[in-house]
Design a protein around this ligand. Sequence first.
Ligand code: ZN
Ligand code: ZN
Length: 170
Amino acid sequence: MPNATRAERESAIKADPDRRFWQFATRMPSGCWEWQGGLSATGYGVLSLGSRAAMRAHRMAYEIAHGPIPTGLFVCHRCDNRRCVNPEHLWLGTNSDNTRDASEKGRIANQCMYQTHCKHGHPFAGENLYITGDGTRGCRECRRRLTREGCRRYREKKRAQCRTGAGGVR
Ligand SMILES: [Zn+2]
Ligand SMILES: [Zn+2]
C-alpha cells in the first residue's frame, strides 16, 4: 500500500504490526527495503502509532524481526541508507558512555556517526565499504594494506629462514 495516507498506514500497522509493517517498505534492487512513510529531518523513516511517541521505522523493523532492543544500544545501518528497514541491514551498535550521554541529551542526531570511518580513518562509504562474511563493515583500503604487509613479512621470514638454514623440509 505505497499510496496509503498516513492515517491509513498507521492504523493498519497498529492493528497488526508484525505483518503490516513490511507492506510500507519497498524492496529495492540494492537489497534495501525503503520505508514509504514519513521521514525525519535527518532522513530516517518514522511512524507514530497513536499514543506512542514517533518511532524510528528502522528501530521498529529491528524489534519486529529480532525482538526488543536492549537499553543503551543503537540500531545502525550497514548499508548507510537511513530509509532502509531491511532487518538484514540493521545491527546493534554500542557506543562509548560519553557519546551515548550526548545523544540522550539530543546533541548527536545520528548515533552511528562513529561508524562512518574505519579505525584508521578511511571512509566507510562507496567503493571502500564492503560487508564482511560475519556481517560487519570492512574497509577495502585496510584490507589491501594488510595483504601487502602480510606478503612482505612472509617473504622476509622466508629469506631469514634460508640464511639461517632453518625452515627446510620437515
Ligand atoms: Zn539497506
Ligand atoms: Zn581503513
